[in-house]
Design a protein around this ligand. Structure first.
Ligand code: 5GP
Length: 192
């Protein structure tokens, strides 16, 4: 059996990444890697589903035990990918999706050269700002911070294998599926 793909997805907040991934995950064969984090759960988030919410001490213990494939600090909290599940699921042939920020993605690129890197981008920074405002959940100051952060992240898009521009949702979902389909047909993954 072929090993499952390791699909690394990054996107600035407000790009619709969550919506795209929830559609993709309705299909069989995928496994969404649940990260560990030291940040507090947001309302509605469930431990073990959205994240494994753990203490800083526990997080550091897992790092020292080599339990993290990668980890990064983001806005004062640790976020990391538990290594064991990723390896286990891939060896069962499941395609594993990591939804992680740019620093972590670049670490995975060094560690797992066979991984597929997808950057989901907004049609433009102005559109991203408009979407964040429309969501209405953040203050002007936070929106400005997120827009600035997004610009920094977008500047790394060229380091990914694929850039999917999320203009129309249906197209972005189709693009994602096309990338996965093509990656599976690569000669270097083929047992032919
Ligand atoms: P949030 O706090 O909004 O859930 O996530 C903040 C950022 O951390 C997002 O860009 C998200 O993709 C990223 N993130 C989530 N899990 C991980 C992880 O395991 N590793 C890394 N490097 N980033 C992560």
């Amino acid at each position: 059996m072929n090993k499952g793909l390791l699909i690394v997805v990054s996107a600035p907040s407000g790009c619709g990444k969550g919506t795209i991934l929830s559609e993709i995950l309705k299909e069989d064969g995928y496994y969404y890697s649940v990260s560990a984090t030291t940040r507090n759960p947001r309302e509605g988030e469930v431990d073990g589903v959205n994240y494994h919410f753990i203490s800083k001490e526990e997080f550091q213990k897992r790092i020292s035990e080599n339990g993290m494939l990668e980890y990064a600090q983001y806005c004062g909290n640790y976020y990391g990918t538990p290594k064991k599940e990723v390896d286990e699921m891939r060896s069962k042939g499941r395609d594993v999706i990591l939804e992680i920020e740019v620093q972590g993605a670049m670490k995975v690129k060094k560690l797992c050269p066979d991984a597929v890197f997808i950057f989901i981008a907004p049609p433009s920074v102005a559109e991203l700002e408009r979407r964040l405002r429309k969501r209405g959940t953040e203050t002007d100051e936070v929106i400005a911070q997120r827009v600035a952060e997004a610009e920094g992240e977008i500047s790394h898009a060229g380091e990914y294998d694929y850039v999917i521009v999320n203009g129309a949702l249906e197209d972005a979902i189709e693009d994602f599926k096309t990338v996965v389909r093509a990656e599976k047909l690569r000669a270097d993954r083929s047992e032919y």
